[in-house]
Design a protein around this ligand. Structure first.
Ligand SMILES: Nc1nc2c(ncn2[C@@H]2O[C@H](COP(=O)(O)OP(=O)(O)OP(=O)(O)O)[C@@H](O)[C@H]2O)c(=O)[nH]1
Ligand SMILES: [Mg+2]
Length: 219
């Protein structure tokens, strides 16, 4: 199962491996856990079980022939509601999704608070806010209060989001696209990040995980 990596032989040293900690935040029940489950495991469940505290998931991405990205997704319970623990959870994150539910206007109104909580508690090494993307989730459903595209664009610009996507964890709409967009922005900020590691020993250590979680090895 590890042929992809073993065969690479001498060229392994040309690979780059990144570990990116990415936060998923937003109000109770907006679909944070569901989006992650869809993205990482291609699964969806109608059943709602509130996350307690924080959960984790790992997505290994063969970004291109020379780049392997390990995306560590931090699924933070909506019931944390920008409390004291969020400071601990946000530590060293390099990107974030803020999620709201298009069927519940109140969850959109809370977006600014989550964004403010994020920006006040975590920053890039250069002092800039970490890249963040807004997700308007449950777009398979009837929208209660959902702004026009133009309004969403200007809201994002004002609030400091890099962009926004209408997503559905249920119907698998825009989940991969949103993740790709965020990772691209994070990679654009990569210079000097402490999380970058060149391949080498690290790859050997992680061989089994990589082989288990991705269809083909990096490089
Ligand atoms: N129709 C529809 N339902 C969704 C979608 N995403 C999530 N749900 C449902 O919404 C409910 C809440 O989803 P969760 O993913 O548990 O929400 P959460 O944001 O993790 O909630 P907390 O952990 O409490 O913060 C569940 O019943 C899901 O099945 C979606 O895209 N479409
Ligand atoms: Mg959850």
């Amino acid at each position: 199962a590890v042929t992809g990596l073993s065969m690479a032989g001498g060229s392994v040293s040309e690979c780059r491996e990144y570990l990116f900690k990415v936060l998923v935040i937003g109000e109770l029940g907006v679909g944070k856990t569901s989006i992650i489950k869809r993205y990482v495991h291609q699964l969806f469940s109608q059943h709602y079980r509130a996350t307690i505290g924080v959960d984790f998931a790992l997505k290994v991405i063969n970004w291109d022939s020379k780049t392997l990205i390990r995306l560590q997704l931090w699924d933070i319970a909506g019931q944390e509601r920008f409390g004291n623990m969020t400071r601990v959870y946000y530590k060293e994150a390099v990107g974030a999704f803020v999620v709201f539910d298009v069927t519940r206007g109140s969850t959109f109104e809370a977006v600014s608070k989550w964004k403010h909580d994020l920006d006040s508690k975590v920053k890039l090494a250069n002092g800039n806010p970490i890249p963040s993307v807004l997700l308007a989730n449950k777009c398979d459903q009837k929208k209660e209060s959902f702004n026009s595209k133009a309004l969403m664009d200007s809201f994002c610009k004002e609030a400091g989001f890099l962009g926004w996507f209408e997503t559905s964890a249920k119907d698998n709409i825009n989940v991969d696209e949103a993740a790709h967009f965020l990772v691209e922005s994070i990679l654009g900020n990569d210079k000097g990040l402490p999380y970058e590691e060149s391949n080498g020993d690290r790859v050997k250590l992680d061989q089994e995980t990589v082989a288990a979680e991705s269809k083909s090895g990096c490089c």
